[in-house]
Design a binder for this molecule. Structure first.
Ligand code: ADP
Length: 415
């Protein structure tokens, strides 16, 4: 049995989970989540939120200057008497660290043990994810310093699952030398989430990996769709960066690329500023002018029927439906649509709006099942639906912990 510390580091936040697992527990779906939490506002007076097993949330603050300081604080807290985690009395009780790494470029099609060579390759991918990979690297280096070089660390890449996407689906129709010179192509993200829910789907339906043909919709703050054929990703909506594809909380998703230049000229902005506008001021927030939070938008729609709020929700759902149609065509039909992410798992209304008008494809939602399936796993389509629909809460951390154990033991880690 191994206690795996799962880390997901952002620019000013560090999310973590401590999961006890081994091959037997993986097999029986009996992994144990000992603790989870987040350090926010790293760089100043940081806020640390932790939750033991299913206990209440605790909050405290500490002055933490950077990611290494945050990780050091966190690890010492976990191993201290204060945490009450009886499985971890000293640092030696943590058997491995699993890191979520955003971009693995074309170098990583699966999770790997982080060696010096791997770390160098992750550094080589910084150009592709300048905002994300540097934080992941800092976190890996900090963990090495805290635990020593002998502790195994594993990298689990957001892009890895999508490395099976074939050339016609990942190449953009720009001059080919740009792909050669700058690696400009579709990579896709949320791979660990898409892979996890596709895996859960096949467990629920008792299918083999080869029999798994689904479209997965990860609808959270970031949103993406994946076409999964024979258990492998064959297309996805996010592209070179997470900006492409579905409408998201603050990201535009697909736009005509000529708009960038047009906005820059008309608004007197640099292309960097337009990029920021498309990433942080657009999507649900941009159209509604109110918020990126779908729950608030839905409440606003119910109470005030605001026109722009309604539009934001309509554009969001329309785009998702459009991708479902496109992916059905690309992958020659699918057996199911799987909803996940904060919106996908919790909002029966959004799911119903997305699925409305997909009867031609054989999809019929069961209204009662749809309403009941909030934050839990289960089917939401009716018995006569030939295209099924499921809600499956994602669990990227669990998959990271499992991959970590499997990598260390040299076991294959299929999706
Ligand atoms: P992240 O992508 O940051 O992990 P989440 O997956 O938690 O985010 O998704 C956040 C989104 O989920 C927000 O837009 C939030 O409003 C939405 N959400 C959460 N619960 C509900 C709900 N019950 N109804 C509608 N939207 C919800």
């Amino acid at each position: 049995m191994m206690n795996v510390l799962v880390l997901n580091s952002g620019s000013s936040s560090l999310k973590f989970q401590l999961i006890a697992t081994d091959l037997d527990r993986i097999q029986h779906d009996a992994d144990e989540r000992l603790c989870r939490g987040e350090v926010e506002r790293i760089g100043g007076e940081a806020i640390i939120t932790v939750q033991m097993r299913n206990g209440p949330r605790q909050k405290f603050t500490a002055s933490l200057a950077d990611i290494p300081a945050a990780l050091d604080y966190l690890v010492r807290w976990i191993a201290s008497d204060r945490s009450g985690i009886k499985e971890v009395q000293t640092l030696a009780d943590i058997g491995a660290v699993g890191h979520r790494v955003v971009h693995g470029g074309e170098m990583f099609a699966e999770s790997v043990i982080i060696t010096d060579e791997v770390l160098k390759k992750i550094e080589d991918c910084i150009d592709l994810a300048p905002l994300h990979n540097p934080n992941n690297i800092k976190c890996i280096v900090a963990a090495r310093q805290i635990f020593g070089p002998k502790l195994p660390q594993v990298g689990v890449f957001d892009t890895a699952f999508h490395q099976s996407i074939p050339e016609p689906a990942y190449l953009y129709a720009v001059p080919y030398h740009l792909y050669r010179r700058h690696h400009i192509r579709r990579y896709g993200f949320h791979g660990t989430s898409h892979r996890y829910v596709a895996y859960r789907y096949r467990v629920l339906r008792k299918l083999t990996r080869e029999q798994t043909h689904v479209i997965t919709l990860h609808l959270g703050n970031g949103c993406s769709a994946a076409a999964i054929r024979g258990g492998c990703s064959v297309d996805t909506s996010m592209g070179m960066t997470p900006l492409e594809g579905l409408v998201m909380g603050t990201r535009s998703g697909d736009i005509d690329p000529a708009i960038v230049n047009l906005i820059a000229t008309k608004e007197g902005l640099s292309t960097h500023q337009v990029d920021a506008l498309l990433n942080t001021q657009s999507g649900l927030l941009g159209i509604s002018g109110l918020t990126n939070d779908m729950r608030v938008l839905q409440q606003e729609l119910r109470e005030h029927d605001d026109r722009r709020v309604r539009l934001a929700i309509e554009v969001f759902c329309y785009r998702a439906r459009k991708y479902i149609g496109a992916f059905l065509a690309c992958m020659g039909g699918a057996d199911a649509i799987v909803f996940t992410g904060g919106i996908g798992e919790n909002s029966a209304d959004i799911r119903a709006r997305i699925c409305a008008g997909l009867e031609w494809a054989g999809l019929r939602l069961d209204e009662t099942r749809n309403q009941q399936m909030v934050g839990v796993e289960g089917e939401i389509s009716s018995s006569d639906s030939s295209l099924h629909a499921y809600v499956i809460p994602t669990d990227e951390e669990l998959l990271i912990a499992r991959d970590t154990v499997r990598c260390i033991l040299g076991e294959p880690h299929p999706s």
